[in-house]
Design a binder for this molecule. Sequence first.
Ligand SMILES: [Mn+2]
Length: 323
Amino acid sequence: MESQLQAVIDALESAESLALTSHVNPDGDGVGSLLALALVLERRGKEVFASLPEPAQYPPQYLFLPGRDLLSSPDEIPHGPKLFVALDCSNLDRLGKLREKAEGAAVLVNVDHHEDNRRFAHINLVDSRASSTSELIYKLIRRSGWEMDAQVATCLYTGLVTDTGRFQHRNTGPEALAVASQLAAAGADLELISKEVYESQSLGYTRLLGRALQRVQVLEDLGLVYSYVTQEDLMETGATLPETEDLIDHLRTVRGTRIAVLFKELENGKIRVSLRSRDGVEVGPVARLLGGGGHANAAGYTSDKDLSGSLSQLLETLRNTHG
Ligand SMILES: [Mn+2]
């Protein structure tokens, strides 16, 4: 791990111009690690092209993050860049339309913590024991001696707090808590982060949450709790899909839940299936069987079937794999 950290530092230090990106459908860790690294490298005088790949809607709960003005559109990323850094991406498909530009880079760097990471780059800094990609960026900054200020710390803390589910998921351990402590000491604005990320939901989303909770169903034999959100729900409540990132955590709070599932109807009619698990149950393998990916306890995939078809397909797969 030490030698990979150093390899990434050397690559970043020697580049005058570089492209940075994270994954499609960005989450707090994707956005936080991207903006933190963009801020640090910009201050070191690099020409930084930071972008979120399409399809992407910038999640409104992260609009407060410093460094957002450094983001450019994916089209502005040059073809065949000397250095391209993919953050929080387990495979090249996660780069959406930016995949080609990544593959055309002279040097491709992969910084990630997903256990199913395909090590697709020339330099792979992949540590599945890390709580988040933001934790890995923290280690890069500390090791290199680059400047860690309050803005950078705020971005990284946001990645850490969201990927650990506010320090409640299994990836929360002494290391994640130590990094959180260091980020707080560096000036991360903890109060602002919790207000913006967790207590600034729109009225529309609040009503959508009500609908989803109203519909919760439990399958006791699997310890499975599920609900769904349709395009009609989004239209009628005024909520947007990116706002629903944490909705599934409400399902998991039902006593006896081992697997929580949220089906979300996308604009193109496909269904995004989000999975969470606990008590030793793993949902990563099921998500991979159905064409997706993720972590042991937090994973997802996209289904071409309708809502009820997606539910039957998932239940069948679960019953076959969990006996
Ligand atoms: Mn992550």
